[in-house]
Design a protein around this ligand. Structure first.
Ligand SMILES: [Fe+2]
Ligand SMILES: [Fe+2]
Ligand SMILES: [Fe+2]
Length: 409
């Protein structure tokens, strides 16, 4: 099992930021690039270390309020100046405001589309809008204006002109800073250089004032699991249910309470990669087409690739990436053989299936626990899941079923 995890927040937040970028065909770069642009501007302004951190963390998560809704995700990239743009900013604020670790990012995110000259639902204007929000607003727009397929140096003037033409949106002092920063080639080259990321984040590693311990990680993971679960009302509490069932199953197997807590954390983030699956597919009442099924099947891959970036998360990422493997060797995405599938991954698989069976789905109502157990028994006979764990479920059916609820707690 794992040693106690103490990690630097930037490693966890930058990984989670990547989860906001998932599309059906891979990982986009909007948040990372917005953070790089914002930091150039922030450094030019001489922000102190604390403000610098708030700026970068907020930029990395600024569109969290749109991550669960594909219409919104699409909309915010194309809309420029329209009242609907404030919706995801407010939602981001609501998602973060009660998190002990992330609540200081809630306000900067709430105002990241506020127009400098006013007319905002938040009622703020000018210098009253938090500085981090004003910087992110500008950085976000610059990022969206970058076109792929044309050399970045040939775009500089066009981008600057477009920003200048929307002067009611942006703080004129920041636009002047952007003008200055954008004279330097390094600014543009860094912004479009996909390989700059590790350097960007290692530059931030000196922000080591506090570390996240397991309970902090659980709090942050809880925020993200709520975003994942809200992609469909059928899964409103799924990640949390899987977390609770997996933790309970780990205790039944004799894990220590710390080890079981890691199973809880694992359950919370096991479906992070589902942000790559459009809402219509997750909510589809009937059978999925082959193509839709392939899109759903990418999710453990992305969950793993995102979380393995977090130092100390190798094991957790591995269990998550293998939660759809089956003992007969026909699971996905690795098609592992029985001996290669770890116990924690098997527990997660059974917790996932059991929770999903008891929850409602678009194509059926939730099953009662004995029926769910019968399905698991059949799956064990077919070498899909571990018989020992299904026996554990049978012996503790009521206690495990009690962990599954319709709503998040
Ligand atoms: Fe936004
Ligand atoms: Fe954005
Ligand atoms: Fe899954």
């Amino acid at each position: 099992m794992l040693e106690q995890i103490n990690i630097h927040p930037i490693t966890f937040i930058s990984a989670l930021s990547m989860a906001l970028e998932l599309t059906t065909s891979g990982i986009a770069n909007h948040h990372r690039r917005t953070a790089i642009i914002a930091r150039f501007i922030g450094r030019h302004l001489g922000l102190g270390s604390y403000d610098d951190q708030i700026l970068v963390y907020s930029a990395l998560l600024h569109d969290i309020g749109a991550a669960a809704d594909w219409y919104e995700k699409h909309y915010i990239v194309h809309a420029t100046d329209n009242d609907h743009i404030f919706h995801h900013a407010e939602k981001g604020y609501q998602i973060l405001k009660d998190s002990p670790q992330l609540n200081h990012l809630a306000n900067p995110i709430r105002h990241h589309h506020d127009r400098f000259l006013g007319g905002n639902p938040t009622g703020l204007a000018g210098q009253d809008i938090p500085l981090a929000s004003r910087i992110i607003h500008l950085a976000d727009r610059i990022e969206v204006l970058i076109a792929s397929g044309e050399h970045i140096f040939l775009q500089r003037e066009r981008i600057f002109d477009q920003i200048r033409q929307s002067e009611h949106l942006f703080d004129p002092e920041l636009v002047a800073v952007f003008r200055e920063v954008s004279q330097r080639e390094v600014f543009w080259l860094d912004v479009v250089n996909l390989n700059i990321e590790s350097r960007f984040f290692s530059d931030l590693a000196f922000w080591d004032k506090y570390t996240f311990e397991i309970d902090d990680l659980i709090h942050v993971a809880n925020v993200f699991s709520s975003v994942v679960d809200s992609t469909s009302h059928y899964t409103a509490a799924h990640s949390q249910n899987v977390a609770k069932v997996a933790q309970e199953m780990a205790l039944i197997r004799g894990f220590s309470s710390d080890e079981a807590k890691q199973m809880y954390l694992t359950g919370l983030v096991h479906d992070l990669g589902k942000l790559a699956v459009p809402n219509e597919i997750l909510n589809k009442p009937g059978k999925l087409t082959t193509e839709e099924r392939e899109i759903v099947k990418q999710h453990p891959y992305y969950s793993q690739r995102i979380l393995e970036r977090v130092e100390g998360f190798g094991h957790i990422a591995n269990w998550i990436g293998t939660h759809h493997e089956t003992l007969d060797g026909h699971g996905y995405p690795f098609q592992l053989q029985e001996r290669e599938i770890e116990l924690c991954s098997r527990i997660l698989a059974v917790a996932d299936i059991f929770s999903a069976l008891v929850e409602d789905r678009p194509y059926r109502a939730g099953m009662n626990p004995p029926d769910a157990l019968a399905v698991l028994r059949e799956m064990a006979l077919q070498q899909k899941v571990d018989t020992r764990l299904v026996d554990d479920v049978a012996d503790n059916l009521d206690a495990l079923a009690a962990q599954v609820s319709k709503f998040r707690t």
